[in-house]
Design a protein around this ligand. Sequence first.
Ligand SMILES: NC(=O)c1ccc[n+]([C@@H]2O[C@H](COP(=O)([O-])OP(=O)(O)OC[C@H]3O[C@@H](n4cnc5c(N)ncnc54)[C@H](O)[C@@H]3O)[C@@H](O)[C@H]2O)c1
Ligand SMILES: O=C(O)C[C@H](O)C(=O)O
Length: 328
Amino acid sequence: MARSVNVTVTGAAGQIGYALLFRIASGQLLGQDTKVRLRLLEIPQAVKAAEGTAMELEDCAFPLLEGIDITDDAKTAFDGVNVALLVGARPRTKGMERGDLLEANGGIFKPQGEAINAGAADDVRVLVVGNPANTNALIAQQHAPDVPAERFTAMTRLDENRAYSQLANKLRVPVTEIKRLVIWGNHSATQYPDLSHAVVGDRPALELVDDQEWVENTFIPTVAKRGAAIIEARGASSAASAANAAINHIHDWVNGTAEGQWASMAVPSDGSYGVPEGLISSFPVVCKDGKYEIVQGLTVNEFSRAKIAATVAELEEERDAVRKLGLI
Ligand SMILES: NC(=O)c1ccc[n+]([C@@H]2O[C@H](COP(=O)([O-])OP(=O)(O)OC[C@H]3O[C@@H](n4cnc5c(N)ncnc54)[C@H](O)[C@@H]3O)[C@@H](O)[C@H]2O)c1
Ligand SMILES: O=C(O)C[C@H](O)C(=O)O
């Protein structure tokens, strides 16, 4: 018999929510052998819009969808949750400084962490999508002391997918030929998309690219600033591609990464590669039996070391800022 999983999506009435929910309900998140009960969390003003989305979900008659609950109460939303997708966040608006943004999001992710701590299922897995994703994940995690710390993750899979496509376009190869491309650090413009371990077929990607100038001045900035480029072009931030990456992240975590493949996930550091313990930073991971492990033993050259240090320094600044605000 198909097992049944509670999936909570916050910010369900937003644009990512709209791109995400139908894919979850159709079985793309957890597989065709898993039934899903959806819990949608929204702010009171957006509950009606979430109800509209729920009506559409119903109208799809998805065989795996067992039910939909909608609430504006975090405790209710996370009671018994197995998979928590924290998408809803406070966007930066005109005149808002970075500290204001961190403070506003602290007001969201602190109570959500507490609610996860109070009611989540023992096997809960949390993915934070709402920005600043790494630090929001840290805030939630710090308020859920009874949940194993490693269950709190943040999303850099969209950056990884973007990097795969940029490299595939450059080399004119299908994305399926590429493996082991890694995103390190923060989901921000300081992130480090790293080609130094990537292979295309059985050849090193850097050997095929053979153009360090392209790597440094085109590839890395294009991937790192892609979010801003999408906002500029669409007039709104990425939504379907972000939802797709969230599906990829959880699917790999639960069902395992493909043989020989890595995934980029922002996870609490265990001190690997000199990243201070506890920071939620992106690493290459391998997933198996429902768990992820940071890939160990990689050679990090001088260029990569400096890039990783820069993005990690930004994460430390964000952590220190939320500490100062009393959010962690
Ligand atoms: N990590 C990534 O790769 C990535 C990529 C794209 C977007 N994002 C981020 O994802 C977030 C959502 O993007 P979007 O385009 O869906 O935004 P959106 O504004 O369309 O939707 C956000 C929704 O969250 C809801 N919300 C706000 N506070 C809430 C709370 N306390 N509880 C529950 N819901 C709440 C809002 O009512 C809104 O419906 C943003 O922070 C965006 O920057 C991250
Ligand atoms: O919302 C943003 O600032 C951009 C988003 O995180 C993205 O990478 O598309």
